[in-house]
Ligand binder design. Structure first.
Ligand SMILES: C=C(O[C@@H]1C=C(C(=O)O)C=C[C@H]1N)C(=O)O
Length: 265
């Protein structure tokens, strides 16, 4: 544990690390896969960053410059996980946003670790999802609900599902698809959850191949009675579910869909 004192009364010029992202979660991010020196689906990742910047009022970001920096930073990276975080930069104390904000962009490259097993197991977390219709869909830095839900997992092949008011919204680090009543379904994210890049790609591929998929409210009862399910994010791609709340479920439909979409993460 580290304790640090930043006393701006006795040392007003002390170099402080009042980064708004660290202090208030004032920022957003995206996580992706570097393959052969390139960020896979970079266009979609940058679209997401631009959408977050616009929604949260970040006006000083030059995405061409970020792309140039990124290209140089990852050009020799064979395979890794990348996280691009944007915060509203340094601040004086207090929530109000100063006029002279200068965003901080942090690019973290971490070792690639593939999913630990072919199938995953999901369960309904005790931690409820955070509800906020204005922030819904954004991959902003306020991730405490995901942190607490993920801490409920006992094994690396588990995913905790975040719910609210009998609705399943998403996983702590993923989106969810279920097959129920003859159709694929994924939760509507109008008041919570993260609109994942992989989720968006799969919805587009399904539409292109005329595979029906509804974006709608999904109840706990629908989750428990579904015929198949999978979770998605940029690192796992499509991860078929073999157990829901410790009850075995068929994986064939999810595996077949992966083949039908010719899906590559
Ligand atoms: C939280 C990050 O990324 C998310 C978390 C995971 C994970 O825990 O496996 C994977 C992808 C993202 N949804 C991050 O710090 O990169």
């Amino acid at each position: 544990m580290n304790i640090k004192l930043i006393n701006q009364i006795t040392k007003p010029k002390e170099n402080f690390i009042f980064d708004r992202g660290r202090l208030f979660g004032d920022g957003f991010f995206t996580t992706g896969l570097i393959d052969s020196g390139e960020l896979r689906h970079q266009v979609e990742h940058f679209e997401r960053l631009k959408l977050s910047a616009e929604k949260l009022g970040f006006s000083d970001l030059d995405f061409d410059e970020i792309a140039k920096f990124l290209k140089k930073a990852i050009r020799k990276v064979a395979k890794a996980v990348i996280r691009i975080s944007v915060t509203r930069g340094q601040t004086q104390r207090g929530y109000a946003i100063g006029a002279d904000q200068s965003s901080n962009i942090e690019i973290i490259i971490s070792p690639w670790i593939d999913k630990p097993s072919i199938f995953c197991e999901v369960f309904v977390a005790n931690t409820p999802v955070s509800i906020n219709a204005y922030l819904a869909g954004l991959k902003h830095l306020n991730r405490l609900d995901s942190v607490l839900a993920a801490s409920e997992c006992k094994q690396s092949n588990q995913e905790a599902l975040l719910t609210f008011d009998n609705r399943v919204i998403c996983g702590s680090r993923s989106n969810l698809f279920i097959f129920q009543d003859g159709c694929w379904k994924t939760p509507r994210l109008n008041d919570a959850g993260v609109s994942g890049i992989t989720r968006k790609r799969i919805l587009a591929l399904m539409a292109e191949k005329q595979i029906p998929c509804e974006v709608e409210k999904i109840s706990l009862e629908q989750l428990e009675s579904c015929q198949s399910a999978f979770i998605t994010n940029c690192l796992v791609g499509i991860w078929p579910v073999a157990k829901i709340n410790d009850k075995a479920i068929a994986t064939k439909l999810s595996c077949d869909l992966q083949a039908d979409l010719n899906f590559i993460r």
